[in-house]
Design a protein around this ligand. Structure first.
Ligand SMILES: Cc1cc2nc3c(=O)[nH]c(=O)nc-3n(C[C@H](O)[C@H](O)[C@H](O)COP(=O)(O)OP(=O)(O)OC[C@H]3O[C@@H](n4cnc5c(N)ncnc54)[C@H](O)[C@@H]3O)c2cc1C
Length: 420
């Protein structure tokens, strides 16, 4: 639904470009229509970058919003290239004043800036350069896209063009210019507006993950079980926010809700966090985001976790008391028992009649597959939901396995632990 709205917004720009520019000939109209829809797509992308929580149901979660952001950005780049190569011919209307010339220069700055930054974003791994483009460098560079957007807004407002400022197209594009600029400012101020300070009260270095528990220093975040938050800490190398699912929301007798994160040390940030984070440190938390909340699922739910993908299920299992009327079985797949985390919470959830779980160790039990889950779920999987968090390849194998054995799942919901 979200994608359809984005496409509609761009198509309206194309429609409005007909009365505004069709008298200039097909090539010029085509160029203006492409530029106009590209501009709308860029403005929408600035808006999506604000992480709008209330749009999550339309897209199916923040990870899907980021995917839409990525594809809208790619489409905008393609349309900008069309505008660049199909040169508009305004028949003597070009560059009559210094302001027009300046607008032309801004257009070029915006164009080359977007091509470079957009190009870097598209090629996640640069060809012939070993390893991945460093995420923090990419992130800092990506912030400049907003400035290039502003350059393009100046370009289209002050360049000589075959329609004036009262044309519907000009009004429409200026509305999106305002949305884009306001969104860019909001994104830059997000740290001030949305991050909440928490104090780390416990750091446990378990086999499969680093468990971090923190309590709010002031206003807490609002989050539902299954959602995630961006966290950073006041230690060198830990200041860049990374997304992690909230594995536990525990309200103590003092009425304070403490959050627990389970973080697998897979790379630079997560490794440093394991080495450096200590109780007493300040954790900045922004969230909760995400649509992976089984409360909105059907009556019979099969949850499948691959490794660290158990984190949303830990949070959901810990609030299982509120899910009466549903029947849930969790398959928690790990390589061996040492990797498993949070089993005490799953055991506790298992005291409720509507929840059960299986710990599947692939080192001894072999690969988990649809047959095994069908036999072990304890209820009929035909028409049930599959909620999955883990490696994409495992999800695909499980879903096609169910098809092969004739089990028709009502829906498949999954969380990606990746944005770009
Ligand atoms: C919605 C969501 C929920 C997640 N929940 C959990 C969880 O509960 N437990 C867990 O262990 N992992 C979780 N992850 C994965 C976790 O965010 C990444 O593994 C972690 O950010 C990468 O840090 P690193 O130290 O492994 O890698 P780094 O060496 O720092 O970077 C490796 C790669 O990770 C990606 N990455 C790096 N920084 C960021 C960033 N700030 N934001 C997004 N991606 C980045 C980039 O592709 C980068 O190239 C989740 C991810 C998402 C998107």
């Amino acid at each position: 639904m979200g994608i359809i709205l984005i496409v509609l917004a761009c198509l309206i720009a194309v429609l409005l470009s007909v009365p505004a520019a069709s008298h200039t000939g097909l090539a010029t109209w085509f160029s203006i229509a492409s530029a106009s829809s590209a501009f709308v797509a860029m403005a929408v992308n600035q808006y999506l970058a604000t992480r709008p929580k209330y749009l999550e149901p339309l897209f199916g979660g923040l990870d899907r919003i980021y995917r839409a952001h990525k594809w809208t950005g790619i489409a905008a780049l393609a349309l900008i290239l069309v505008h660049y190569f199909v040169t508009p011919n305004f028949k003597g209307k070009l560059l009559t004043t210094g302001l027009n010339q300046l607008a032309q220069d801004f257009g070029e700055i915006g164009f080359y800036g977007l091509i470079v930054l957009g190009g870097i974003s598209i090629v996640k791994r640069l060809p012939k350069i070993p390893g991945e483009f460093p995420y923090h460098v990419w992130r800092q560079l990506h912030r400049f896209i907003g400035l290039f957007f502003i350059a393009i807004a100046i370009h289209f407002n002050f360049i000589k063009r075959p329609f004036d400022g009262t044309a519907w197209l000009a009004i429409y594009l200026n509305i999106f210019a305002a949305i884009g600029v306001a969104s860019y400012i909001q994104t830059q101020l997000r740290a001030l507006l949305r991050r909440r300070a928490y104090k780390v009260v416990a750091v446990t270095r378990a086999g499969g993950a680093t468990l971090v528990t923190a309590e709010p220093g002031g206003r807490p975040i609002k989050a539902r079980p299954g959602q995630f938050a961006f966290i950073s800490a006041n230690r060198p190398g830990l200041r860049e926010p990374h997304p992690f699912t909230i594995a536990g929301h525990e309200t103590g007798n003092d009425g304070v809700t403490r959050l627990t994160f389970a973080i697998k040390p897979l790379g630079d940030f997560t490794g440093r966090l394991r080495d450096r984070l200590e109780p007493g440190d300040t954790l900045m938390v922004e969230g909760g985001y995400g649509h992976f909340t089984a409360q909105r699922g059907g009556e019979r739910q099969l949850w499948v976790a691959g490794g660290i993908g158990v984190t949303p299920f830990l949070a959901m299992a810990r609030s299982i008391a509120g899910m009466t009327g549903k029947k849930v079985h969790l398959y928690y797949c790990v390589r061996d028992a040492d990797e498993a985390i949070g089993l005490e919470h799953l055991d506790e959830a298992g005291t409720h009649p509507h929840f059960s779980y299986t710990l599947h160790r692939s080192s001894t039990d072999g690969r988990v597959n649809a047959e095994v889950m069908k036999a072990g779920a304890g209820f009929d999987l035909d028409g049930a939901d599959l909620w999955y968090c883990g490696p994409a390849a495992m999800r695909k194998a499980i879903v096609s396995g169910f098809k092969d054995i004739g089990v028709k799942l009502a829906r498949v919901e999954f969380e990606r632990f990746e944005f770009r």
